[in-house]
Design a protein around this ligand. Structure first.
Ligand code: SAH
Length: 190
């Protein structure tokens, strides 16, 4: 297939936005795969701030980074991403160039612990305030699970009303795939 798949397109967008030395956010670390990718983008001098409300996710991500000797490039918070502006040090406000949200529940874990539109939107608002111009937020929207359709619809309403003078907002979705595959919304701060 020549068209980029959803999950590879996520990486392409982040690669465009983030360079060595940058500050980035993994808003839902989960099993830590995206965190590992982000620490590779920011290099030795950059920093990844990671968030998750489940201790299990923080522990799994810490292990993955340690196995690769890259934990020193990250700071993980066992806390909701809606707290990000309070937890990211002020010296890094204005310098965040990339952020990713993998929404839904952690595979293999409790399916009732899901991201929720109210807190997801609160985190996006805070990110838009502390990002650098041309910083990109990628939302990977999973919507097949219980609560997923509500999150999708609320987020789409929110994203569509963002002022085009403030942000470019893109939707990237395959239209003919079965079983509610995830799709992307990317928000680039202007
Ligand atoms: N659906 C994706 C994985 C999503 S993992 C896939 O299939 O690959 C989503 C993670 O978000 C979970 O680890 C969950 O604990 C976390 N989470 C839920 N609410 C959160 C919040 N308010 N802040 C930060 N993380 C949150």
């Amino acid at each position: 297939m020549k068209i980029e798949r959803v999950l590879t397109f996520t990486k392409t967008l982040l690669q465009k936005a983030v360079k060595p030395g940058d500050i980035v956010v993994d808003a839902t670390v989960g099993n830590g795969y995206d965190t590992l990718f982000l620490v590779s983008l920011v290099g030795e001098t950059g920093r990844v701030y990671g968030f998750d409300v489940q201790e299990q996710a923080i522990a799994a991500t810490k292990d993955r980074l340690n196995q690769n000797g890259l934990m020193k490039r990250a700071k993980l918070f066992h806390s909701g991403h809606e707290q990000l502006a309070e937890l990211i040090p002020e010296k890094h406000h204005g310098l965040v160039t990339g952020a990713i949200f993998n929404l839904g529940y952690l595979p293999g874990s409790d399916k009732t612990i899901i991201t929720r539109p109210e807190t997801t939107i609160a985190a996006i608002e805070k990110l838009l305030a502390i990002m650098a111009p041309e910083g990109i937020i990628v939302l990977v929207i999973y919507h097949g699970h219980e609560g997923g359709a509500r999150e999708r619809d609320t987020l789409m309403d929110y994203c569509q009303q963002l002022d085009q003078k403030t942000a470019h907002v893109l939707k990237y979705q395959f239209l003919n795939q079965q079983n509610n595959p995830p799709f992307i919304v990317a928000i680039e701060k202007r």
